[in-house]
Design a protein around this ligand. Structure first.
Ligand SMILES: Nc1ncnc2c1ncn2[C@@H]1O[C@H](COP(=O)(O)OP(=O)(O)OP(=O)(O)O)[C@@H](O)[C@H]1O
Length: 692
């Protein structure tokens, strides 16, 4: 594609922008609280197209909020409170050029064009494959569809290598779908070659599988590792109906204080959070706090905060904590890695301490006061660990329940006492349906990554949850929704779930990428991606990298490929057993594997120390997903890098929003919240994934 073609591509109006409703008297604030009046970010500064879109989106937003019995016109008069600071504009677009976010090679498209000779490329690959050896012909039938998982045992015996049933070009096209026999045949090899021992074994004592793949005496009795929330919701794990029965019991997390409070350091840009503009929309906004002391938390909480290494609030915490302490419903949107979890956990815990809840294993029915729902098992697990950390030494007990683990284990965890229930949607509904918990005491519902849950089709389940028998009405409970992106559907949901006087906190640019992540886009054709990936990973050396691909099969394939290239790699995706997923994360966290190949299942929320790089081997189908993925690096003031392979053939629809995200990050506009990119027009990215 020539430059002209490229430009033609990027100006195609494929995505719409979004502006939350901040109209008159808008004033904004930096997270450090000095105030100034600011006129509405001038829409006229924007091009006509975006102004029109923004106008459109504002109407949508107003409509969404009116669902909660609001006067439909109210959104336009909604008070907006903020303080100032404004974005530090120091990342000068002019002076530093693209030093923070790179469009390499500076052609008019701004994208770096890799020299790309497909024929040469294919030849190279041919050589590569034959050199690697281990390639076997055919036998695709073993790989096919539903029999694949049952076939793991068969493949276990394979000695690895790729199965090639076709020339490379065909193979490349099919790698995600056709040759799983080869992929799974080589899975064991992949991780065996990589792992220097099996961390899982040492944790669980079960399974002889190497490097995360299913061991011979694997406990899981399932025809599928894919225990989607849907199957669970139908009783899939309960044993009541047909479906896989999962017996995996996750190893308990370490209980010593050092492990509970283990944390990584905030980065050099942590203090720059203060310069981020914060907007609060709604009436009677409580003033932001500037220090933890101002939150007036009890001594134990303060001590836990100190032990966790938190000395200073992040912007989302400065605003959200007083709002939640004030009993208000909240929707908060803040950049990835900026401390949203503590922003909701701390005030909830403070209330619980004040109200005096006590977990007791002697209660006949456990009735949690707080339910936290998030879309993925790993994220729930992480939130649970945070809850356990902050509630350390208190009478509050947090419990995590999620799919892919034995239902009985979840129930046993609950009956030992449960004040804060952290759950994936499928498992939660299963437990509720089985009447293993009572809902009458629920005072707080937190929907983390709420937009993702909607994307995944959890909307009806979320609605079911709030209308379950016994669940206090929204007037009787506090409902909190958090995310780093903010599509319009979520605003509609907010109208249903939240009280009509809820507050909306937007930190930085809604839907914007974390500014501490240097973004690079490389134009790489499908057939050159693997070579490019290896080249980059070799240059990266010892630094931890997450590689995102589009499909589960491709994740295995690429992980295997990298292992064969002697790059220690593991993979995580929805077709892996939960045990395998946890082992993969564990291996990556502890540095045993330097690369983690993942599908979007790992795009959200995961907080892994020292992930210095994210590589989008395949770009996701939506810009929101892109923002979440690259947010796995550059967390908590640390810097990170994201490199994305852009294939004009398949990623054309992302060109325009990518350009916008990158240029917004550069410019450090003070006109924040002026745009975001709707994911609604893009295909749903979750088809290939299971999320419970
Ligand atoms: N005030 C603070 N001081 C120091 N560290 C903090 C503070 N707040 C949060 N952190 C740490 O920053 C990291 C990121 O926090 P968290 O996972 O809550 O971010 P997030 O905003 O939820 O990210 P994402 O959007 O990706 O889910 C965590 O390791 C957390 O412990």
């Amino acid at each position: 594609m020539g430059d002209e073609d490229w430009e033609a591509e990027i100006i195609k109006p494929r995505m719409s922008s979004y502006v939350p409703v901040f109209e008159k008297d808008r004033y904004s604030s930096g997270a450090n609280g000095d105030t100034f009046n600011r006129t509405l970010a001038s829409l006229s500064e924007m091009d006509d197209g975006s102004s029109r879109r923004d106008h459109f989106m504002r109407s949508r937003f107003a409509a969404g909020r009116s669902l909660g019995n609001r006067d439909p016109g109210e959104s336009n008069t909604r008070e907006n409170t903020s303080t100032v600071g404004g974005f530090r504009v120091g990342r000068s677009f002019g002076n530093r050029g693209f030093s923070n976010n790179k469009f390499e090679e500076g052609d008019s498209s701004g994208f770096w064009r890799e020299s790309n000779n497909d024929r040469e490329d294919n030849q190279t690959r041919n050589r590569g494959f034959s050199k690697r050896g281990g390639c076997q012909d055919g036998n695709d039938s073993e790989a096919s569809g539903s029999s694949r998982r049952g076939g793991r045992g068969i493949f276990r015996g394979c000695c690895g290598g790729f199965v090639l049933g076709s020339p490379n070009s065909k193979y490349e096209q099919d790698e995600g779908t056709q040759h799983t026999g080869g992929i799974f045949g080589s899975r064991r090899l992949a991780l065996t070659g990589v792992g220097k021992g099996d961390t899982y074994q040492s944790r669980s004592g079960s399974g002889s599988g190497r490097g995360g793949y299913k061991g011979l005496n694997e406990e899981i009795i399932t025809g599928s590792g894919k225990n989607s929330w849907k199957s669970e919701a139908k009783g899939g794990e309960s044993g009541d109906t047909q479906g896989p029965k999962v017996t995996y019991i996750p190893p308990p997390p370490p209980e010593d204080e050092n492990s509970i409070f283990a944390h990584y350091q905030t980065g050099i840009n942590f203090d720059k959070y203060d310069a981020i503009l914060v907007e609060v929309s709604g009436h009677d906004v409580p003033p932001a706090i500037l220090t933890f002391e101002e939150a007036n938390l009890c001594q134990t909480l303060n001590s836990n905060i100190a032990k966790a290494g938190y000395t200073k609030l992040t912007p989302v915490q400065k605003y959200s904590i007083p709002i939640i302490l004030g009993g208000r419903d909240l929707m908060a949107c803040a950049q990835t890695g900026s401390g949203k979890t503590a922003a909701f956990l701390l005030p909830i815990l403070a209330h619980m301490m004040r109200d005096g809840v006590t977990a007791s294993r002697f209660k006949e029915l456990q009735e949690p006061e707080c339910i936290i729902v998030a879309p993925t098992r790993e994220l729930i697990s992480q939130i649970y660990l945070e809850a356990r950390k902050f509630s350390f030494g208190t009478c509050v007990r947090a419990v995590a329940i999620y799919g892919g683990t034995q239902l009985g284990h979840s129930i046993r965890q609950i009956v030992q006492g449960c004040n804060i229930l952290c759950a994936t949607p499928g498992r939660l509904m299963d437990i509720i349906r089985k009447e293993k918990i009572g809902l009458r005491q629920v005072k707080y519902i937190v929907l983390d990554e709420a937009d993702r849950m909607l994307d995944m089709g959890f909307g009806p389940e979320m609605k079911k949850l709030i209308s379950c028998p016994g669940m206090p009405s929204k007037e009787q409970r506090q409902t909190l929704m958090f995310s780093a992106t903010f599509p319009e559907e979520i605003q509609r949901l907010a109208g249903e779930f939240l009280k009509s006087d809820y507050l909306f906190v937007a930190v930085g640019q809604v839907g914007g990428a974390c500014r501490d992540v240097q973004q690079t886009i490389l134009q790489v054709g499908q057939y050159s991606k693997r070579e490019k990936l290896v080249e980059i990973l070799r240059n990266i050396g010892d630094e931890r990298t997450m590689v995102f691909v589009e499909t589960k099969k491709k994740a295995d394939f690429i992980a295997t490929f990298l292992c064969q290239e002697k790059i220690s790699t593991t993979s995580i995706h929805g077709d892996r057993e939960q045990r395998e997923r946890e082992q993969a994360l564990g291996d990556f966290r502890c540095g045993k594997c330097l690369a983690l190949v993942a599908t979007s299942v790992a795009a959200r929320g995961l907080d892994i120390e020292n992930v210095q790089h994210v590589i989008n081997f395949d770009l996701p189908s939506t810009i929101d997903e892109y923002v979440h993925r690259i947010g796995r690096t550059g967390r908590c003031g640390n810097t990170g890098r994201a490199i994305s392979f852009f294939d004009p053939e398949s990623d054309g629809h992302l060109a325009q929003p990518l350009v916008k995200v990158l240029s917004d990050n550069y410019q450090g506009k003070s006109s924040l919240n002026t745009a975001r990119f709707s994911s609604s027009q893009a295909p749903n990215p979750v088809d290939d994934e299971s999320w419970d």
